[in-house]
Design a protein around this ligand. Structure first.
Ligand SMILES: [Zn+2]
Length: 423
């Protein structure tokens, strides 16, 4: 824990950020009491910031001169995040240091990136350009950015040729995106990219069977990066597969309500950004579920604590007919259980609640025989009933591929269609 940096950001927020200034004044907290007050600061969430975005911007900066990032969260809530260039660079330093140490990737290494909207909205891009599908080379020729808006075979073919010509050393993207790309390359017998040595996976829960296919097709190393546009990098995967917190950039807590619950217990992941002064996030609940472990238990030599993320993005809760509430992560447990027992048969899955008593399950299977499909269906129904799902109708579909959602460009492994319709 980087106490000096934590003290510095709360003192800064007290001096310059209206939301915090008002909150500390209302609670009667003086400047010199701030250090002891940290764990009592009320937990922040996305709704609070969305309803009062200007209140989170430091009075030292003119909003219109700041750079804007947008969160694209699977919840469909879009939040503008304001950065000044100096802090953005500082906040990215721990990430670059991890990339260099673990994979020899430098800021000067050519990178291919997939965007849902253009990476950064600056005044030189019109609204149309930001959202329109396109390919662009930016950052002085170092980054090839490809839109995920359309991902049909024709586009994938164009993208393949463009990447081949660009010849990046590394790729940064969502696992579901690069998985679709790997699948396309495998089916069409495409050659691997010459210089590509590393793929950084981010933004979604990573399924190990997906990672295997990505590594096989691209013949590249992979690492999982857990981050959020609010603060940039949060945790980075070491060679032992553990997501160590980037403690020069962020302070990570696991909370239950307003309480920090420490190590080895499941709770919600809550962060304090240590570098963004233009828009500080202090004790901000990311609404992902996870566990924090002591760094020394990893053995890789990095002693900062590491995170185990229990669910994908979002905190979808399924209300069962008996009134019990279950986190949608149970579907992951069932799929991982089947994959452990059936030799990684499930390559992709998606579960949709269509009615009160009915779920649809789409599966992409490695071996697509009728016999196997029947076995997997019955294994699924048997295992899911252990989590309290009884008397439901499960309708299974064996499909070739599950593309990302049109609206969020992410692959939501679970959603409630009834909720979507009423939104
Ligand atoms: Zn480690």
């Amino acid at each position: 824990m980087n106490s000096e940096k934590i003290d510095s950001i709360i003192q800064y927020a007290y001096d310059h950020v209206p939301y915090y200034r008002n909150m500390f004044k209302e609670k009667g907290i003086n400047y010199n009491e701030l250090k002891d007050y940290f764990y009592k600061i009320p937990i922040l969430n996305k709704d609070i910031v969305m309803n009062n975005t200007d209140g989170f911007i430091s009075d030292e900066f003119a909003k219109e001169k700041l750079e804007v990032d947008r969160t694209s969260g699977s919840t469909g809530k879009i939040l503008n995040i304001y950065w000044n260039n100096h802090d953005r660079i500082r906040s990215l330093m721990s990430l670059w240091s991890a990339r260099k140490i673990l994979h020899n990737i430098l800021p000067t290494s050519k990178c291919c990136y997939f965007h849902s909207i253009a990476y950064r909205t600056t005044s030189d891009l019109s609204e149309k350009e930001v959202f329109s599908p396109r390919m662009m080379v930016r950052d002085n020729g170092l980054v090839l950015s490809l839109s995920k808006l359309s991902f049909d075979e024709k586009t994938l073919d164009i993208y393949y040729r463009k990447i081949f010509e660009f010849d990046p050393e590394w790729i940064m993207c969502h696992p579901s995106t690069i998985y679709l790309f790997a699948d396309f390359m495998e089916k069409t017998n495409k050659k691997r990219f010459n210089k590509l040595k590393f793929i950084e996976l981010t933004g979604e829960y990573l399924i190990e069977s997906h990672r295997k296919k990505i590594v096989d097709v691209f013949e590249a190393e992979t690492a999982n990066h857990y981050g959020a546009k609010e603060v940039n990098g949060i945790a980075y995967e070491c060679q032992n597969g553990h997501l160590h917190c980037l403690d020069n950039n962020v302070y990570v807590e696991i909370i239950n309500g307003n309480e920090n619950i420490g190590y080895d217990k499941v709770g919600q992941i809550c962060i304090t950004g240590l570098n963004n002064r233009s828009m500080p996030f202090i004790r901000y609940n990311l609404e992902d579920t996870g566990i924090l472990r002591k760094g020394c238990t990893c053995g890789c030599g990095n002693n900062t604590p590491y995170l185990e993320i229990c669910a994908g993005r979002g905190n979808d809760v399924i209300e069962l007919n008996n009134g019990k509430r279950v986190e949608c992560v149970v579907f992951f447990y069932v799929i991982e259980w089947i994959n452990t027992n059936f030799n990684n048969i499930i390559l992709q899955f998606q579960i949709i609640r269509t009615m009160q008593y009915r779920f649809e399950v789409k599966l992409v299977l490695f071996e697509n025989s009728n016999d196997m499909f029947i076995k997997i269906k019955s294994a699924f129904v048997e295992k899911i009933s252990e989590y309290g799902f009884k008397d439901y109708e499960w309708v299974f579909f064996s499909v070739d591929i599950i593309p990302p959602q049109q609206d969020t460009q992410k692959l939501n492994f679970y959603y409630d269609k009834r909720a979507k319709l009423s939104m």
